[in-house]
Design a protein around this ligand. Sequence first.
Ligand SMILES: C[S@@+](CC[C@H](N)C(=O)[O-])C[C@H]1O[C@@H](n2cnc3c(N)ncnc32)[C@H](O)[C@@H]1O
Length: 252
Amino acid sequence: MRSVDYDTEQYQDYARGRALTQQQLGVWINAFEAVLPDRRPLVGLDIGSGTGRFTPALADAFGPVTGIEPSVRMREVARTRSQHPGVRYLAGAAEDMPVPSDSADYALLFLSWHHVQDKTRAAQELTRVLRPGGRLLLRANFSDHHPRPWWLEHFPNGYEVDAALFQPLHEVIAGFTSLGWRVVSFDTVTEPSSGTYGDMLERLRLRTLSFFAQLSPDELETGFRRLEQTVAADPGAPAPVFAEPLLTLELR
Ligand SMILES: C[S@@+](CC[C@H](N)C(=O)[O-])C[C@H]1O[C@@H](n2cnc3c(N)ncnc32)[C@H](O)[C@@H]1O
């Protein structure tokens, strides 16, 4: 994978390119609630919190959250977008988190696991910071359980290129079970539609997905040309939905 430096790429457009409606956010919070303990408050970590797409909503739903994010620019955007008394953002990475041992009830990694360079170290660090019984919510893609967003196959080898950014499911699970974690569930979540085909094309043009960083200029041009042709046929129709994987693990 060509790594993405969020301090020089994407940070200006990420919040717009990856915006969630309140309804979509609500679907995710419900999915997290279904795999978290009932007691409140829960102490949460949003690891790779980015522009804070989820962090304030996690704090509203479950209790205080620390967003851990390596990119200065992404943290700046997050702090500008929302000041929430239950949220703080700290510099750090999954491999090295500035939080005490046994201090969190859950950690969310929402599309940040594939950016983690040293996954062994990150799994050890998650084992350190979560309390026994703590839960890890991995909204990751997996090379063998990869979602099929409607737009992806317009790009040359789009599905294969995107799936190759991710580990197979068994590899992720083995990395955690070897450290004493167990699988709670492996499910999918389907967000309500993001809007019309036309809306989605405008957002895809912002290229706030790591997938686009893997393509050559020719592949980008071909893909967007094909996409424009498809969208032009019915720009006002709702963009189709697709199922996204969510793996939940528990530290024994
Ligand atoms: C696709 S964004 C996801 C941001 C946020 N979770 C969301 O869903 O909007 C990936 C984020 O992971 C961060 N990241 C990169 N390397 C990381 C690491 N080693 N540990 C934690 N986060 C990392 C990036 O800086 C970026 O903000």
